[in-house]
Write a protein that binds this ligand. Structure first.
Ligand code: HEC
Length: 494
């Protein structure tokens, strides 16, 4: 009952909140001066799917990097592998592209990289590799662990390929990096939960599978750090493994027995709430001091694996390790996995590009910690904006090259993490591409709606969120303003 009411009231409120600023794209763009052209496009053109599609194809896919890459370089600054490219590969590619991982080739040496030169230019210029698919022209740009390439790095790689991918002087080659994959990066875990071993066939299509495992936790514990790991051999075939918690997700309140249960439209209770992910190049997460997640007595862990066959049969075992806060210690700040989603209105006709809107009104003031779009194979792009109660809107984040293969949680740096007052509506704009031009589209002749299978689709996002009391929100806001001075105001309404 309560849930139904909540949903209905959400819609009403959203419509009211949107109406004022929606008198036209121009007006929207003028009003949102701080937001960028791309944000205005997405915000303003809501009636025209075709226009969005065309703009995304023309403007967003062939980004500024292409133009830069095509600029000629004088011969004196000839780009070589050893001098210019190897340092970029070390910094941005080799954590994944080396022997023993699921990445298709090593990029450690010139001999490894040379045969892939064309593919490298293609993926890099499209900003598909490294797998960081965040729009650099819209919303908040200061993100933790940003592995993206700068325009200059992209131009360097492209110029190297265009020049015939020369090796250069071996003396310029930087010393090889040393990798150590055998230890937990979070330190020794207090608890390790392991999924049953899967044996991945030598040949066959990619395989997605879920395994639920009892946690054997008998009392609520607060998580300080968490990491998902795959057995050494398994790393050859595991594209990613995501651990989620299946438990009643709620917001524990210090000093009271009361809980605000945020189910219904927020938490995807069947899939659980996102905990941690293994993917090549991705390591565990330690929460900032005083901050944590909770694992409840009786919780289950769900492991979701994406396997990729490599020509020989391989066993793979995935585990999740936890470091807990001491018993009795309660962190002051809790991070929750909000999961705003819209299932009923996903309507993706064959051969078309579509837009789905998701609205969620914050029941309390909140700080958003991270944003991870969740769509399936036809997912193309997603933006998240905040609609304030006074009707002002602000673009927070866009992922303009969404790739179903990658589940990146884009985490805001602490000083720019959106601080949103109670009642702010989070608005997700999801773009799905069901045309034949989409490389990942399994079948552009099918109608697609919501569903759990990868060939169905979703419009949702995991948003790591810290809810707070109004007084704490006011304090956090005042502290930030004091730090930044009046000018900054990255995400606060005027
Ligand atoms: C986080 C791990 C990761 C990082 C970092 C990464 N890659 Fe990849 N890359 C992969 C994986 C896994 C694949 C294959 C599956 C896919 O595309 O998702 C891949 C695929 C590729 C391909 C396509 C190969 C083919 O089969 O045609 C190219 C080219 C590539 N990467 C180049 C790069 C370059 C260049 C960098 C650094 C600038 C880089 N990658 C950084 C993991 C990574």
């Amino acid at each position: 009952m309560r849930m139904v009411w909540h949903r209905a009231s959400l819609r009403r409120q959203t419509v009211a909140g949107l109406r004022a600023p929606r008198s036209g794209a121009k007006r929207h763009c003028e009003a949102a001066k701080r937001s960028t052209a791309a944000a205005c496009l997405l915000g303003g053109l809501r009636r025209s799917f075709a226009a969005i599609a065309a703009l995304m194809l023309a403007g967003l896919i062939a980004g500024p990097a292409t133009a830069l890459a095509q600029q000629a370089r004088p011969a004196s600054t000839r780009v070589t592998f050893t001098k210019d490219v190897a340092p970029i590969f070390q910094a941005r590619c080799q954590s994944c592209h080396r022997p023993g991982t699921v990445a298709p080739m090593s990029l450690l040496t010139y001999q490894d990289a040379r045969p892939w030169a064309r593919a490298i230019k293609d993926r890099v210029v499209r900003r598909e590799m490294p797998p960081w698919h965040y729009d650099k022209t819209a919303g908040i740009q200061k993100l933790k662990g940003d592995i993206s390439l700068t325009d200059e790095q992209i131009a360097t790689i492209a110029a190297w390929v265009d020049a015939g991918a020369p090796m250069g002087d071996p003396k310029d080659m930087p010393a090889a990096l040393v990798f150590n994959d055998e230890a937990w990066t979070i330190g020794k875990p207090d608890l390790v939960i392991t999924a049953p071993t899967d044996t991945i066939y030598a040949e066959g299509p990619d395989w997605w599978v879920n395994r639920n495992v009892e946690s054997a936790i008998v009392e609520d514990r607060y998580i300080k750090a968490v990491e998902t790991r795959v057995s050494k051999e398994g790393r050859l075939v595991v594209h990613h493994a995501i651990a989620t918690l299946i438990q009643e997700e709620s917001e524990p309140q210090a000093g009271t027995a009361g809980r605000t249960v945020l189910r219904g439209p927020v938490v995807n209770i069947d899939e659980g709430t996102y905990l941690s992910e293994y993917a090549v190049g991705k390591y565990g997460e330690t929460f900032p001091e005083g901050t944590g997640r909770v694992i409840r007595a009786g919780a289950k862990v769900r492991f979701n694996m994406h396997y990729h066959a490599v020509g020989k049969q391989i066993p793979a075992t995935t585990s999740v390790g936890f470091v807990f806060y001491p018993k009795g210690y309660q962190p002051k700040r809790f991070i929750m996995d909000l999961f705003p989603h819209e299932n009923d209105t996903i309507d993706i006709p064959p051969g078309q590009m579509t837009r789905t809107d998701v609205y969620y009104s914050l029941p309390k003031a909140a700080r958003l910690i991270g944003f991870q779009p969740h769509m399936h194979m036809r997912g193309k792009a997603m933006c998240m904006e905040a609609i304030y109660l006074d009707g002002n809107r602000e673009m927070l984040s866009c992922v303009d090259r969404f790739d179903f293969n990658w589940h990146v949680m884009y985490q805001y740096q602490d000083d720019v993490a959106p601080l949103l007052p109670k009642g702010t509506t989070i608005h997700l704009i999801a773009i799905h591409d069901n045309t034949a031009t989409s490389r990942r589209n399994p079948d552009p002749t099918l109608w697609v709606g919501w569903g759990q299978r990868s060939i169905d689709d979703m419009a949702a996002a995991h948003i790591n969120t810290e809810f707070m009391e109004d007084a704490d929100y006011e304090r956090a806001l005042a502290e930030r303003k004091a730090r930044q001075g009046k000018a900054a105001g990255t995400q606060q309404q005027p």
